[in-house]
Design a binder for this molecule. Sequence first.
Ligand code: SF4
Length: 268
Amino acid sequence: MKGATERRELLKAVYEQAHGCVRCPLHQTRTTVVFGAGNADAELMFIGEAPGATEDRMGLPFVGQAGKLLDKLLQEIGMQRQDVFVANVIKCRPPDNRDPHPREIESCQGYLRRQVDLIEPSVICTLGNFSTKLLRADTTAISRLHGRDEVRVIGTRAVRLYPLYHPAAALYASSTLELLRADFHRIPEVLALGVPEQPEPPKPPEPIEPPDRDALSEDRDALSDDRDALSEDREELSENRKARGAAQSQAPAPPAGDREPAAQLGLF
Ligand code: SF4
């Protein structure tokens, strides 16, 4: 478990890295990288899709109309932005708010996984289809998943994943807003379930033992003895061949069927 100061410093280092990122073509069209914002010690994280025009200009996530709705819903459950951490899957705005391309997602997802590893939230609310599908590695639609918590491993960490409709989708559809609000009001209940059991950390590689010099020396001696024995065997073999050659030149050759199999193949 990291301390609050260490967590913040490590998160800042990832932010610095992302700030100058040119890992995908979106760096050419962005105004600024929208890394994410909020409490580095948050128990609760929200993850959306990608920055929009206002976010791109201000460098902060969820600051437009959808962000205002998010704030309002947080207030309704007695929380504020400072209590949570909000980020997107993609850190730079895709031009004209188009869907991010697979290569952009692939290039960018390391930042999100690092954020989750460092913040260590117990609950992650994915907002909308995009982040839900990506973090669940599954194509099931948000309409079938919203409001149901499940334990998932993200990066190296097990979290309670709690998919919600995207606030932007609830801005102009009152039925979606009601569903989002009802799911949102269950967040304290999901938080109260606590941190899920964590997976075993990967085992460090076995240390390499230094060579045993005595055993090495004995092996060398044994190898030398083997070489001597091999050399003696070769000499004996050579003698036998000569003797056999002399005997064969005096005796009549046996019919082909009576010869040793190896001799029939011309090996000697
Ligand atoms: S979207 Fe992500 S990977 Fe692409 S340039 Fe921005 S920070 Fe880098």
